[in-house]
Design a protein around this ligand. Structure first.
Ligand SMILES: [Zn+2]
Length: 562
């Protein structure tokens, strides 16, 4: 044990800086170190670089530093400055990981996804690279900033320095734009994605927008919709309940379905069944938080607004007003408002030791107990099954052992630790499993054919990027998202008696399979399939409408059993 008397080392003061200088240093660090994705993209877009491009890059750098410096100067209040900087550094380190590694872009939807995710989903995104990056670029510099002593001068002098800083920042921000105006006017408006890469301004702007929306959505009561809805079909002794099971998929992209021409056999079950796969369906959004409320709202892709959608009732309410029984079964992270006023069942209702570990269930669990529900129906019903589907990045956790068919598969939570082939293999296994689950849904409905007229409509919420162009996962702003994030599978199956009762000409419907469709069809097609009449209904958006014949039943399709 060291018994030497402890000698007081000459007292070294903590390093000190003026608030102004601290802002400038942090702005420089943020611009240089935390925005590598932004710089890589700007350079890629300008390449090959000539002298003019270099001048342009320098001017962008000046603007970026000036903008960040302005932001930090506005935050330079004695009780706020260091804490705000520390927080921004940690947030920027986290965001930098997702923009660099996965090609994510940060906007209000991405912020919404972050707020609305659950612990399990978020946990799958945490890997060694993220932890290292946050420690190195987040926690360490944040501690350093907290350690530094900020020299405060008399209030008026501090205020004057702050104001001078703001003016200098504003001039530095505007001067290059003025000097190179034509360059800026053509470059940035045609490359919207860049704005979502500037960290941490993207986070602040996205959060502000998200809060504004959330607040407007929570104002006032929910506006009723479709109170005039009613079921229009003959009643009488021969009338049996009509049941539509809507399976809402997760992260399944259209191109990975062999029903749509994918060279791998990812749909061995559905290929043996009389299903119609619509091959050209566009999602409403590129994330769950947009697509789910959108597809159940009357607004449609063009008019969709989160606040408006949450402020009024949706498809399931209209069905309820028409007197239908509506059930939502949830194996994902929630229905984002779409099921707020109908019966919802979570894993408590379908927890099944064969498919679940705690609340974590494979999608097949969604069918547990459903036989009894269908058997007990005495009126028309719409049942929504919200899958976990192909949610990444841990695709390998979405299917049981027996569906590990495409190998080798990525079994890392960080996709970057796997080859592209392994990522695609794991993803394709999730599609294979969804194929099986949909087959099981159809099998269940067939068991009840003597008692109900049944159909199934499967549609995914959005697609997925699997590393093409170094982009992974989903959630890019719609206008610039690649097709694989926007195109989703949509598959329909119906029993012959359903076709007869709904006057549906299947041969005609099969001819429509390549017709361009979108999530906008969902609202009106479900109303049409259930013979619900309301002033909201628009036949031009009902995918069944062109094939709804007169009174005659169509020929039964060649029916091969599962
Ligand atoms: Zn989703």
């Amino acid at each position: 044990m060291d018994t030497r008397p402890r000698t007081a080392s000459p007292r070294r003061g903590r390093p000190d800086l003026t608030a102004n200088r601290l802002s400038l240093l942090v702005a420089l660090a943020l611009a240089l170190v935390y925005n590598t994705r932004f710089w890589a993209e700007v350079i890629r877009l300008r390449a090959p670089l000539d002298a003019g491009d270099l001048l342009f890059l320098v001017s962008v750098f000046v603007i970026l530093v000036a903008g960040l410096y302005l932001l930090l100067t506005l935050l330079a209040w004695p009780w706020l400055h260091k804490a705000a900087i520390a927080l921004l550094l940690v947030v920027s380190a986290i965001v930098g990981h997702f923009t660099s590694a996965y090609g994510a872009l940060i906007d209000s939807t991405m912020i919404q996804n972050t707020f609305e995710t659950d612990a399990g989903e978020a946990g799958e995104l945490i890997d060694g690279t993220l932890i290292a990056r946050v420690l190195l670029l987040g926690v360490a510099p944040a501690l350093l900033v907290l350690f530094v002593r900020v020299r405060r001068r008399p209030f008026l002098r501090e205020l004057r320095t702050g104001l001078v800083g703001l003016v200098v920042g504003a001039v530095a921000l505007l001067a290059p734009v003025g000097a190179l105006y034509p360059e800026y006017a053509s470059f940035f408006p045609s490359n919207h994605q860049l704005g979502h890469m500037v960290t941490p301004i993207n986070v602040l702007a996205g959060t502000g927008q998200y809060i504004r929306h959330a607040r407007s959505a929570s104002d006032g009561p929910v506006k009723p919709l479709g109170l005039d809805a009613r079921v229009v079909r003959p009643s009488g002794p021969g009338r049996r309940p009509r049941v539509l099971v809507v399976v809402v998929g997760e992260t399944a992209r259209a191109s990975e379905f062999s029903l749509n021409g994918y060279e791998r056999s990812t749909n061995p079950v559905l290929e043996t069944l009389p299903v119609i796969s619509f091959s050209d369906v566009s999602a409403c959004g590129t994330s769950t938080a947009v697509s789910i409320p959108c597809m159940f709202s009357v607004l449609g892709h063009r008019d969709y607004d989160d606040g408006v959608a949450r402020g009024q009732e949706g498809l399931l309410d209209v069905l309820r007003h028409a007197g239908l029984s509506v059930l939502w079964r949830e194996n994902n992270t929630g229905c984002k408002g779409a099921c707020d006023r109908v019966e919802v069942q979570g894993p408590d209702a379908f927890r099944d030791g064969r498919f679940c570990e705690g609340d974590d269930c494979f999608d097949e669990a969604l069918l547990t107990g459903l036989d009894d529900f269908v058997a007990g129906l005495n009126r028309d019903a719409v049942i929504v099954l919200h899958q976990e589907g192909s949610h990444g990045p841990a695709y390998y956790l979405r299917y049981p052992e027996s569906f590990r068919r495409f190998l080798p598969e990525c079994r890392e939570s960080s996709l970057l630790d796997c080859t592209r082939e392994e990522v695609v293999n794991a993803y394709d296994n999730t599609i294979l499993y969804t194929d099986w689950v949909l087959g099981r849904v159809i099998e269940l409905l067939r068991r009840h054919e003597p008692d109900v007229d049944a159909a199934m409509l499967y549609v995914s919420d959005h697609g997925e990027s699997l590393g093409g162009g170094n982009v992974y996962l989903h959630g890019l702003p719609y206008a610039i998202a690649p097709e694989e994030q926007r195109k989703v599978p949509m598959i329909f199956w119906s029993s012959p008696r359903f076709d007869k009762s709904a006057r549906l000409d299947r041969a005609c419907l099969a001819e429509q399979r390549d017709r361009p469709l979108s999530h906008d069809a969902m609202f009106h097609s479900v109303l049409g399939a259930m013979s619900v009449e309301t002033s909201l209904y628009r036949p031009e958006l009902d995918l069944f409408a062109p094939c709804r014949g007169g009174g005659s039943a169509t020929a039964e399709p060649a029916d091969r059993r599962l």
